[in-house]
Design a protein around this ligand. Structure first.
Ligand SMILES: Nc1ncnc2c1ncn2[C@@H]1O[C@H](COP(=O)(O)OP(=O)(O)OP(=O)(O)O)[C@@H](O)[C@H]1O
Length: 768
């Protein structure tokens, strides 16, 4: 989509002509930006004046009108504040359009027609520009309600993204404007109808630059992701603006913009239906590193507060997991088989209490006892209920009382039902008032917490019992051992969340009424029984406390395990969804099992599928190398098409000294070659070591494990020992594919002992 140079002059004269056209066009856009700011200031003054005036005259106008004025001042103030402080490039685009098929205008003041009118292009391939629209992060109208700036999410802005030379619609020229605060710094044009000579107010439309996309892609990368609002491509725009009434499912290879698109979609949904999505949008990200990398994008699009970006290890409030299990342990913990184990463990953990074998109470002056077999029968009968285990405690308590009542024989004393009921109620009061009963119940049916059950599962013998015929002995040993470690792993979080659903939040005593001094005097307060919550009260409380979202976006969905899908599913039971992923990058060994769990979480909602096909991150030299690994990892899978090439081929080197020395030297070399960041990617078990290798090289260098590299990108990367990364797990080749696709400019491969490099240093796995 490179712009067409319109002049055929070459050499220094041509350069100076181009520079003067550029300056002139920057001046044109500067004038427009000045108008926009003047208009916004005008609106603020207008609103302030109205407010002052209203305040002077007291209650003039209806209360509603006064409130509207206040709101206007408030909105205008926010706009100006954002423009001045937050948006570096508030105004970023412009399209020049032919006359449309009909003359209808939309609510933003722009014509709605997508296709040009019959006579818009004359027979001699000339045409007049009928409409010019400026696109920005928020919309601004002039005093006559004509659009000065169109919000990028408004329908009228869609041609800015959708128009291509193949299908240009009304767009003749698409311009990206670079500005900082109130100053326009540059412009880049793409011609959508290069065959036309178009005129704007009688002057031929000038074209500046080589196209905005390439300019954006060539920029150095920092530690945070930038928005792509000025250069969203047509296939990406289709996803961003897809209707949200079901599941939007997006697949695409590395660097195709899946994460960027997901973030822009969140901003679009809020713009398009703020009331619906103000209920909250959840973005689930694989790692805290990716959260930190992406969390600035939404504020830069003017959206904050309504969107929660959470790492999958931080989805349960109060626990943040950053530890990783070994692949074999993760495989067991993430599998849906774990559900059976947790259900058994939750019930089994009840038996871990130190309750006496026999329940002894005194009621109606008689000693009553329930022995172990009877107690066990009661427990099993209580557990027959479908409610969560903690919520079955009142049922168990009632069954105990029933059994004691039966033992007491008091039921047969009265035939009159009313008298019998009265007797029963005073019997219950007698029993439940006894300390021995309360203490027994607490020990026999303890209130279980998810953490408590997980801790109980760290005992290998017990876990073996609860996981019989579900996990094999090796899995039992590994899971139990990992649960004995300090700290939670990422995969424990889904187990905790599942346990919370299995256990239910414990019933809480109803809040006592405010202490009445008189009660205290008489001691009555002490005697008032504390009523437990009713089922309905509890259900209401749970509904309030459960965090649910109106839209859930899952990034790197290919890595979400079956147990994690269940956890995420609980947060979006009534939500619409956007799911983005790439099976070829999955670190989960059983792709089909994960797909099945995903389908269960998403239920029967209809899916709309999209595919992104262009790699915007890697130059073709790096993409070609990565494609060799893809061919091994997933024979037949198609790599996305790289959109640019740098002429710099990946570099291969074996350790010339120790591995540490080589990697450090390579990272230092790359620091000298790029302006932005350098990532050193190693196998997970070398994470800590690698941090030492690069210590002191400055904060442009980061060392990270292969699984942590998910979604991230660097100007340059050093991938250390492909064979070690590939051998880490059954999904190792796909993880290596991820590692190889992180660089935007330069890639160095350092071979280790296992790589079997050839004479050129190319490891076995990466040879043609
Ligand atoms: N239309 C675009 N204009 C400019 N830059 C773009 C565009 N689309 C994507 N990019 C850039 O390409 C890079 C890759 O984008 P992103 O991280 O969203 O891809 P991804 O598909 O999520 O990759 P991965 O699967 O490897 O995580 C980012 O730097 C992003 O800003």
């Amino acid at each position: 989509m490179a712009a067409q140079a319109q002049s055929s002059v070459v050499g220094p004269v041509a350069d100076s002509v181009r520079d003067s056209v550029r300056d002139q066009e920057i001046g044109v856009e500067q004038e427009h930006l000045d108008r926009v700011y003047r208009r916004l200031e005008e609106k603020i003054h207008e609103a302030e004046f109205l407010m002052d005036d209203a305040a002077r005259r007291g209650q003039v106008g209806t209360p509603g009108a006064l409130a509207e004025r206040d709101a206007q001042v408030f909105r205008a103030g926010i706009h100006l504040n954002r423009l001045n402080n937050e948006f570096e490039d508030f105004l970023f685009g412009r399209i020049d359009l032919l006359l449309g098929k009909d003359g209808k205008k939309g609510p933003d003041g722009a014509y709605t027609a997508v296709e040009p009118a019959e006579g818009a292009v004359r027979d001699d391939a000339t045409a007049d520009i009928a409409e010019t629209l400026h696109i920005g992060r928020i919309g601004v109208l002039d005093a006559e309600y004509a659009p000065l700036v169109i919000d990028w999410r408004a329908p009228a802005a869609a041609p800015f993204y959708r128009s291509t030379p193949v299908d240009p619609g009304r767009v003749v020229r698409r311009r990206v404007i670079r500005s900082k605060g109130r100053r326009v710094l540059g412009v880049e044009d793409d011609l959508m109808r290069p065959e036309l000579r178009a005129f704007l107010d009688g002057t031929e439309l000038p074209v500046v630059g080589d196209g905005a996309l390439m300019a954006a892609l060539g920029q150095a990368r920092g530690h945070t992701m930038r928005d792509i609002v000025a250069s969203i491509q047509a296939e990406q725009d289709l996803v961003i603006r897809a209707p949200a009434n079901s599941v939007t499912y997006v697949e695409g290879g590395p660097g195709t913009g899946k994460t960027a698109v997901a973030l822009h979609r969140a901003a679009y949904l809020l713009y398009q239906d703020r009331r619906r999505y103000a209920g909250g949008i959840l973005i689930v990200s694989p790692t805290p590193l990716l959260v930190a990398y992406t969390e600035g994008v939404l504020p830069s699009l003017g959206e904050e507060g309504q969107v929660a970006i959470r790492a999958i290890g931080s989805l349960v409030d109060g626990v943040t997991a950053t530890l990783y299990d070994t692949p074999a342990t993760a495989r067991a913990k993430g599998s849906s088989r774990m559900l059976k184990v947790l259900r058994k463990a939750a019930r089994g953990a009840l038996e871990q209490g130190d309750a006496p074998a026999v329940l002894r109470v005194v009621a109606f002056g008689r000693r009553l006892e329930l022995e172990a077999p009877e107690l066990e029968r009661i427990r099993q009968s209580a557990l027959g209920g479908t409610a969560p285990v903690n919520l079955l405690r009142p049922r168990a308590r009632r069954l105990l009382l029933d059994a004691l009542w039966e033992r007491s024989g008091a039921g047969s004393r009265h035939t009159d039902p009313e008298l019998a009921a009265e007797l029963r109620s005073s019997f219950d009061e007698d029993v439940t008032g006894e300390d021995s009963f309360v203490a027994f119940l607490d020990a026999w049916w303890p209130e279980l917490t998810p953490v408590g059950v997980l801790t109980a599962m760290s005992d290998e013998r017990r876990l073996g019992r609860w996981a019989r015929r579900v996990l094999n002995p090796g899995e039992v040993r590994r899971v139990a051992r990992s649960l004995r470690r300090d700290g939670r792993t990422v995969h424990d979080i889904a187990l905790l969340d599942e346990l919370e659903a299995i256990l239910g939040l414990p019933a809480r005593p109803r809040r006592r009424r405010e202490a009445d001094p008189l009660d205290q005097l008489t001691g009555l307060e002490e005697l008032m029984p504390v009523r437990e919550e009713t089922q309905r009260e509890r259900a209401e409380r749970l509904a309030q406390e459960r965090t649910e979202y109106a839209h859930v976006i899952v990034d790197e969905a290919q890595d979400v395990t079956p147990m994690q899908w269940r956890m995420i599913g609980r947060r979006g039971r009534h939500a619409t969804w956007t799911v983005v992923g790439d099976p070829a990058q999955s670190s989960w060994s059983d792709v089909d099992e994960a797909a099945q769990a995903r389908d269960e979480a998403l239920g029967s909602r209809p899916r709309r599928r999209f595919e992104l096909t262009v790699n915007y991150r890697n130059p073709s030299e790096i993409a070609e190398l990565a494609a060799r690994v893809l061919a091994l990892a997933m024979p037949g899978a198609v790599s996305p098409r790289a959109v640019r090439s740098t002429g710099v081929r990946p570099r291969f080197t074996g350790p010339s000294g120790t591995l540490a020395q080589t990697v450090r030297a390579e990272a230092a070399r790359l620091l000298g070659l790029v302006d932005g960041t350098v990532g050193v990617v190693v196998a997970m078990n070398r994470r800590e070591e690698a941090a030492h290798w690069v210590a002191g090289l400055g904060d442009r260098v980061v060392a990270l494990g292969s699984l942590e590299a998910k979604g991230l990108e660097y100007d340059a990367t050093v991938v250390v020992s492909p064979a070690e990364i590939a051998d880490e797990s059954p999904a190792g080749l796909r993880v290596l594919y991820v590692a190889l696709t992180r660089a935007t400019q330069q890639l160095t491969i350092v071979s280790g002992e296992r790589d079997e490099p050839d004479a050129d240093g190319v490891p076995d796995l990466l040879r043609d």
